[in-house]
Design a protein around this ligand. Structure first.
Ligand code: 13P
Ligand code: SF4
Length: 332
């Protein structure tokens, strides 16, 4: 049985087992949490059912902070692979489960560590800041990790004459460079979900909804960010939608965040920003590989587990801890 499951994981990335259709998966997951002393951490881009069963829902920074402090024995990470890796790096003694091992990330894929190493060698006097959306191996090559919540503050915490390489997201990097007035050396990476928004279609949508606020994640291209009333991380966007007096919002990020926006502000309307014709929706295909069924099966079987080599844990932990320290000192 065990061998079959391991074989399945290699091929499919998840445990593919028939589930008794009479089971209430919400109840079963609650039972498994108690039985295994497990905590379910979910990113805002997860499907609504997963968000509803999670113990903590948050952005990349909040999820890392939660993974670092949890007392659970098992962290069930409902997010993508680099997030589960970060949790493992911060809590190496814990078992970290990911419902589907193939929940990757196009942005992390856009920066292969062996090429980044060569890139870094071209700028020996530069400090390396990497966005958390990258592999553990890449973090191990970095000086400080950041998320979209703290990227600006982390750059600003460094002396003005400090030369900096920023990777892997060129859009976030360009936005941070603009906000801080710093000249950052950027790696040419991007997220396929945040690059699909159409400036032309957003312009038309804004004409039809003149009172709507247009809010965007900094992973979007500059041409789209230029139109935004507010730019921020997923938590930033959620807070803005709660605190704003506006009743309508056009949201340029992965559509999963809208579930929490609607829950927090039931009377307000949230419209996903329109993508170009090359794509039909704003879903991250990687985030959406996780389902409630896969979450249940991974908790039941204790598989798939995310592991990180011990030497990478040692090296990758330093820049993540630096980020957490700077964030804590700034009250983020
Ligand atoms: P945040 O949740 O940190 O804003 O990041 C968005 C993202 O793309 C995660 O994959
Ligand atoms: Fe990666 Fe983009 Fe998906 Fe976030 S939304 S996990 S950056 S592919």
């Amino acid at each position: 049985m065990k061998t079959d499951i391991l074989e399945e994981l290699n091929i499919k990335g998840f445990v593919d087992e028939a589930i008794d259709p009479t089971l209430d998966l919400f109840e079963e997951i609650e039972k498994l949490k108690k039985e295994k002393n497990a905590i379910v951490l979910a990113h805002y881009y997860q499907e609504a059912d997963i968000q509803d069963v999670a113990d903590y829902i948050g952005d990349s920074l909040g999820l890392s902070q939660e993974a670092a402090k949890t007392e659970a024995d098992v962290i069930v990470f409902a997010g993508v692979h680099f997030m589960a890796e970060t949790a493992k790096i911060l809590s190496p003694e814990k078992k970290v489960l990911l419902p589907d091992l193939k929940a990757g990330c196009s942005l992390a894929d856009s920066c292969p560590p062996h090429l980044f190493k060569k890139f870094k060698e071209k700028y020996p006097d530069h400090l390396v800041i990497t966005y958390v959306n990258c592999t553990a191996e890449l973090k191990a090559l970095s000086d400080i990790v950041c998320t979209s919540t703290n990227a600006v503050q982390i750059v600003e915490s460094l002396p003005k004459d400090q030369k900096i390489i920023f990777g892997p997201d060129k859009n976030l990097g360009a936005w941070v460079a603009k906000k801080t007035g710093r000249d950052l050396v950027l790696w040419n990476g991007a997220c396929m979900v945040h690059e699909i928004f159409s400036r032309e279609k957003i312009t038309k949508l804004k004409e039809r909804h003149p009172n709507a606020k247009f809010i965007a994640h900094p992973e979007c291209e500059e041409a789209v960010l230029q139109m935004a009333d507010y730019i921020g991380s997923t938590t930033g966007l959620l807070k803005y939608s709660i605190n704003s007096d506006a009743q309508e919002f056009i949201v340029a990020t992965e559509s999963g965040i809208i579930h929490q926006m609607e829950k927090a502000s039931p009377g307000k309307t949230f419209i996903p920003a329109p993508p170009t014709n090359s794509c039909a929706c704003n879903d991250c295909a990687y985030m959406k590989r996780n389902t409630l069924e896969k979450l249940y099966l991974c908790m039941k079987n204790g598989l798939p587990e995310v592991t990180v080599p011990a030497n990478i844990i040692v090296e990758a932990r330093k820049p993540i801890e630096r980020m957490l320290e700077i964030s804590a000192s700034l009250g983020l």
